[in-house]
Ligand binder design. Sequence first.
Ligand code: AMP
Ligand code: MG
Length: 269
Amino acid sequence: MKSQTLSLPAGGRFHLDRFDPASTGRFKSKTQAGKALEANLARLNELQELLYADGRHALLVVLQGMDTSGKDGTIEHVAGAFDPQGVSVTSFKVPTAEELAHDFLWRVHKAVPPRGMVGIFNRSHYEDVLVVRVRKLTPNAVWKARFEQINAFEKLLAASGVAVVKFFLHISRSEQRRRLEERQKDPGKQWKFNPGDLEERERWDDYMTAYEDALTRCNTADAPWFVVPADHKWYRNLVVSQILVERLGRLKLRYPPPPAKIGSYVIPK
Ligand code: AMP
Ligand code: MG
């Protein structure tokens, strides 16, 4: 399976409606894709150990998407492949008073994984050009300047050994409606029902415009965006796992050399 077709063409303007959120690629069913997903998760587990042993790189995974797009589910099913000791997950919520008193990257930079580790962002600094723009939380000039600030920040991370991979979990408006209704009716999911999500849904078109701009302006070689068809959870997991396997594979990770004269040590009885 090739993931490259899912990334954005460098330089081109990006139109979300050209991407089918219900796509399942060449796969017809969850069962058919099961083996590929299993293989990817096993490979991710090996690559993470190697990332840790190698110690020269970190992996930062950014998850963005509308409410119910599956950010939590992706973390559960894909990040679950990693050894918990090697991963940190950070969920970015409405900024606190302290966070708001700093520049918008302050809370983000602190959460970037150190070399050897995997960091996963459930929402991210992109909220500062998405919800902030749609909800008019800052003057236009402030969020507009952030695209370049984000690119500079991600360039710094890349130069410091952090491989940044950004996923937009792309669900359709109708699938979001279905998932919100499920949260409303299913007693096991009602705890996730947030009336505030309905207000965001009403701003769907504004969010799509904001996402298109963010993806277009901040799709760089250092930190590419990938649009993940997310109406089918199994395909979403497969695509995300595949792209991570490929990204970690390109780091050419290796075990460090063993201690000198390792064979000469005598292990005490
Ligand atoms: P959830 O992901 O459902 O837990 O919700 C987190 C909420 O925090 C979402 O409604 C986000 O839009 C909001 N949020 C995250 N970052 C920011 C930010 N920088 N400014 C304003 N709201 C934010
Ligand atoms: Mg929410």
